[in-house]
Ligand binder design. Structure first.
Ligand SMILES: O=C(O)CCC(=O)C(=O)O
Ligand SMILES: [Fe+2]
Length: 211
Protein backbone atom coordinates (compact mmCIF):
# COMPACT_ATOMS: atom_id res chain seq x y z
CA UNK A 1 0.00 0.00 0.00
CA UNK A 2 1.38 3.45 -0.80
CA UNK A 3 1.88 5.94 2.00
CA UNK A 4 -0.91 8.31 0.93
CA UNK A 5 -3.50 5.59 1.41
CA UNK A 6 -2.46 4.71 4.92
CA UNK A 7 -4.95 5.00 7.71
CA UNK A 8 -4.30 7.58 10.38
CA UNK A 9 -2.43 6.35 13.45
CA UNK A 10 -2.46 7.36 17.11
CA UNK A 11 1.33 7.33 17.40
CA UNK A 12 2.34 10.54 15.66
CA UNK A 13 6.11 10.34 15.97
CA UNK A 14 8.36 10.45 12.94
CA UNK A 15 12.12 10.29 12.56
CA UNK A 16 14.63 8.69 14.86
CA UNK A 17 13.82 10.05 18.30
CA UNK A 18 10.99 10.87 20.68
CA UNK A 19 12.06 13.62 23.06
CA UNK A 20 10.49 13.32 26.50
CA UNK A 21 12.34 13.63 29.81
CA UNK A 22 14.56 11.02 28.07
CA UNK A 23 15.50 10.72 24.42
CA UNK A 24 13.80 7.58 23.23
CA UNK A 25 15.12 5.94 20.06
CA UNK A 26 12.86 4.75 17.28
CA UNK A 27 14.85 1.70 16.24
CA UNK A 28 12.54 -0.08 13.80
CA UNK A 29 9.00 0.19 12.53
CA UNK A 30 6.44 -1.64 10.47
CA UNK A 31 3.92 0.87 9.13
CA UNK A 32 0.69 -1.05 8.73
CA UNK A 33 -0.29 -2.19 11.24
CA UNK A 34 2.05 0.13 13.10
CA UNK A 35 4.61 -1.75 15.21
CA UNK A 36 7.52 0.27 16.62
CA UNK A 37 10.62 -0.92 18.45
CA UNK A 38 11.85 1.66 20.96
CA UNK A 39 15.24 1.96 22.63
CA UNK A 40 16.07 3.81 25.85
CA UNK A 41 12.43 3.82 26.98
CA UNK A 42 13.36 3.11 30.62
CA UNK A 43 16.60 3.48 32.58
CA UNK A 44 18.12 0.44 34.26
CA UNK A 45 17.14 1.88 37.63
CA UNK A 46 13.53 2.35 36.52
CA UNK A 47 13.38 -1.27 35.33
CA UNK A 48 14.74 -2.46 38.67
CA UNK A 49 12.27 -0.29 40.58
CA UNK A 50 9.26 -1.67 38.66
CA UNK A 51 10.40 -5.22 39.40
CA UNK A 52 10.90 -4.34 43.05
CA UNK A 53 7.47 -2.72 43.34
CA UNK A 54 5.72 -5.71 41.80
CA UNK A 55 7.56 -8.44 43.67
CA UNK A 56 5.08 -8.56 46.54
CA UNK A 57 1.96 -8.52 44.42
CA UNK A 58 2.89 -11.23 41.95
CA UNK A 59 0.54 -14.09 41.72
CA UNK A 60 -0.43 -16.48 38.99
CA UNK A 61 -1.76 -14.45 36.07
CA UNK A 62 -5.43 -14.08 35.48
CA UNK A 63 -6.52 -13.19 31.98
CA UNK A 64 -9.67 -12.15 30.22
CA UNK A 65 -12.93 -11.05 31.71
CA UNK A 66 -13.69 -14.36 33.41
CA UNK A 67 -10.53 -14.14 35.55
CA UNK A 68 -10.02 -17.87 35.27
CA UNK A 69 -6.57 -19.34 35.31
CA UNK A 70 -5.79 -20.22 31.77
CA UNK A 71 -3.11 -21.94 29.73
CA UNK A 72 -2.92 -19.06 27.22
CA UNK A 73 -0.73 -17.17 29.65
CA UNK A 74 1.37 -19.08 32.14
CA UNK A 75 3.36 -16.15 33.58
CA UNK A 76 2.65 -14.40 36.89
CA UNK A 77 1.29 -10.87 36.86
CA UNK A 78 0.35 -7.94 39.01
CA UNK A 79 -0.92 -4.40 38.48
CA UNK A 80 1.14 -1.57 39.88
CA UNK A 81 -1.22 0.71 41.75
CA UNK A 82 1.43 2.90 43.37
CA UNK A 83 0.69 6.01 41.34
CA UNK A 84 2.06 8.06 44.25
CA UNK A 85 5.52 6.58 43.68
CA UNK A 86 7.74 9.19 42.00
CA UNK A 87 9.32 6.67 39.64
CA UNK A 88 5.93 5.32 38.52
CA UNK A 89 4.62 8.88 38.03
CA UNK A 90 7.64 9.80 35.91
CA UNK A 91 7.29 6.65 33.78
CA UNK A 92 3.56 7.27 33.29
CA UNK A 93 4.27 10.81 32.01
CA UNK A 94 6.75 9.36 29.52
CA UNK A 95 4.28 6.66 28.42
CA UNK A 96 1.66 9.36 27.73
CA UNK A 97 4.11 11.17 25.46
CA UNK A 98 5.14 8.02 23.60
CA UNK A 99 1.65 6.53 23.21
CA UNK A 100 0.19 9.99 22.55
CA UNK A 101 -2.79 9.31 24.85
CA UNK A 102 -3.52 10.62 28.37
CA UNK A 103 -2.64 8.06 31.05
CA UNK A 104 -6.26 8.26 32.27
CA UNK A 105 -7.05 5.96 29.32
CA UNK A 106 -4.71 3.35 30.80
CA UNK A 107 -5.53 0.40 33.01
CA UNK A 108 -2.43 0.78 35.15
CA UNK A 109 0.92 -0.85 34.46
CA UNK A 110 0.85 -4.60 34.47
CA UNK A 111 4.04 -6.43 35.41
CA UNK A 112 4.53 -9.96 34.05
CA UNK A 113 7.17 -12.42 35.16
CA UNK A 114 7.97 -15.53 33.10
CA UNK A 115 10.21 -18.36 34.26
CA UNK A 116 11.63 -21.05 31.92
CA UNK A 117 8.85 -22.75 29.96
CA UNK A 118 6.36 -19.97 30.65
CA UNK A 119 4.82 -18.13 27.72
CA UNK A 120 1.93 -16.03 26.49
CA UNK A 121 0.40 -17.73 23.47
CA UNK A 122 -0.61 -15.67 20.42
CA UNK A 123 -3.53 -13.37 21.23
CA UNK A 124 -5.04 -9.97 20.48
CA UNK A 125 -4.98 -7.32 23.18
CA UNK A 126 -8.38 -5.96 22.12
CA UNK A 127 -11.57 -7.74 23.09
CA UNK A 128 -13.60 -9.34 20.32
CA UNK A 129 -16.87 -7.83 19.14
CA UNK A 130 -18.82 -10.65 20.75
CA UNK A 131 -17.43 -9.82 24.21
CA UNK A 132 -19.55 -6.63 24.21
CA UNK A 133 -16.78 -4.53 25.76
CA UNK A 134 -17.76 -0.91 25.07
CA UNK A 135 -14.50 0.81 25.97
CA UNK A 136 -12.10 -1.40 24.06
CA UNK A 137 -8.31 -1.33 24.06
CA UNK A 138 -6.64 0.54 21.19
CA UNK A 139 -2.88 0.35 21.77
CA UNK A 140 -0.16 -1.45 23.73
CA UNK A 141 3.33 -0.70 24.99
CA UNK A 142 5.37 -3.67 26.23
CA UNK A 143 8.50 -2.58 28.11
CA UNK A 144 11.29 -5.07 28.81
CA UNK A 145 12.58 -4.89 32.37
CA UNK A 146 15.51 -7.31 32.10
CA UNK A 147 17.73 -9.16 29.65
CA UNK A 148 16.59 -12.71 28.95
CA UNK A 149 19.35 -15.23 28.42
CA UNK A 150 17.43 -17.24 25.83
CA UNK A 151 13.89 -17.18 24.42
CA UNK A 152 11.03 -14.91 25.42
CA UNK A 153 10.72 -12.98 22.17
CA UNK A 154 7.54 -10.99 21.52
CA UNK A 155 6.37 -12.48 18.21
CA UNK A 156 3.83 -11.31 15.61
CA UNK A 157 3.01 -14.42 13.58
CA UNK A 158 1.07 -12.64 10.81
CA UNK A 159 3.89 -10.14 10.31
CA UNK A 160 6.73 -12.68 10.48
CA UNK A 161 8.29 -10.37 13.03
CA UNK A 162 9.69 -10.78 16.50
CA UNK A 163 11.41 -8.60 19.09
CA UNK A 164 14.05 -9.96 21.45
CA UNK A 165 13.68 -8.62 24.99
CA UNK A 166 16.36 -6.16 26.02
CA UNK A 167 16.35 -4.29 29.33
CA UNK A 168 15.00 -0.74 28.90
CA UNK A 169 13.67 -1.30 25.38
CA UNK A 170 10.01 -1.55 24.36
CA UNK A 171 7.66 -2.51 21.56
CA UNK A 172 4.60 -0.42 20.72
CA UNK A 173 1.65 -1.38 18.52
CA UNK A 174 -1.88 -0.16 17.88
CA UNK A 175 -5.10 -1.71 16.62
CA UNK A 176 -7.66 1.06 16.27
CA UNK A 177 -7.90 0.88 12.48
CA UNK A 178 -11.16 1.13 10.56
CA UNK A 179 -10.06 -1.92 8.62
CA UNK A 180 -10.51 -4.88 10.99
CA UNK A 181 -8.01 -6.90 8.95
CA UNK A 182 -5.25 -4.50 10.09
CA UNK A 183 -6.27 -4.93 13.73
CA UNK A 184 -6.24 -8.70 13.32
CA UNK A 185 -2.66 -8.55 12.05
CA UNK A 186 -1.50 -7.38 15.50
CA UNK A 187 -1.86 -10.94 16.80
CA UNK A 188 1.17 -11.46 19.06
CA UNK A 189 2.54 -13.48 21.95
CA UNK A 190 5.47 -14.01 24.27
CA UNK A 191 7.53 -17.04 23.21
CA UNK A 192 8.52 -19.49 25.95
CA UNK A 193 11.48 -18.41 28.02
CA UNK A 194 14.24 -20.97 27.57
CA UNK A 195 16.97 -19.79 29.94
CA UNK A 196 16.69 -17.09 32.61
CA UNK A 197 13.64 -15.03 33.56
CA UNK A 198 11.67 -12.47 31.61
CA UNK A 199 10.05 -9.42 33.18
CA UNK A 200 7.88 -6.98 31.23
CA UNK A 201 5.66 -4.03 32.05
CA UNK A 202 2.64 -3.68 29.77
CA UNK A 203 0.54 -0.55 29.31
CA UNK A 204 -2.76 -1.03 27.50
CA UNK A 205 -4.71 2.06 26.46
CA UNK A 206 -8.50 2.23 26.05
CA UNK A 207 -10.54 4.33 23.66
CA UNK A 208 -12.04 6.36 26.53
CA UNK A 209 -10.65 7.23 29.93
CA UNK A 210 -10.93 4.69 32.71
CA UNK A 211 -9.68 6.74 35.69
O1 LIG B 1 5.56 -10.85 27.07
C1 LIG B 1 5.44 -10.42 25.93
O2 LIG B 1 6.40 -10.37 25.16
C2 LIG B 1 4.10 -9.97 25.42
C3 LIG B 1 3.19 -9.47 26.50
C4 LIG B 1 1.79 -9.22 25.99
O3 LIG B 1 1.42 -9.60 24.92
C5 LIG B 1 0.83 -8.46 26.82
O4 LIG B 1 1.17 -8.12 27.97
O5 LIG B 1 -0.27 -8.18 26.32
FE1 LIG C 1 -0.57 -8.85 24.43
Amino acid sequence: MIAENREQTIFGHVGKKIVTDREIDIIARIDEPLVVVLGNMLSEEECDELIRLSADGLKRSKIGTTREENEVRTSSSTFIDETENVVVARIEKRIEAVMNIPIAHGEGLQILRYTPGQQYKAHHDFFSAKSNVTNNRISTLVMYLNDVEQGGETFFPHLNFSVAPRKGMAVYFEYFYNDPALNDLTLHGGAPVEIGEKWVATQWMRKQRVR
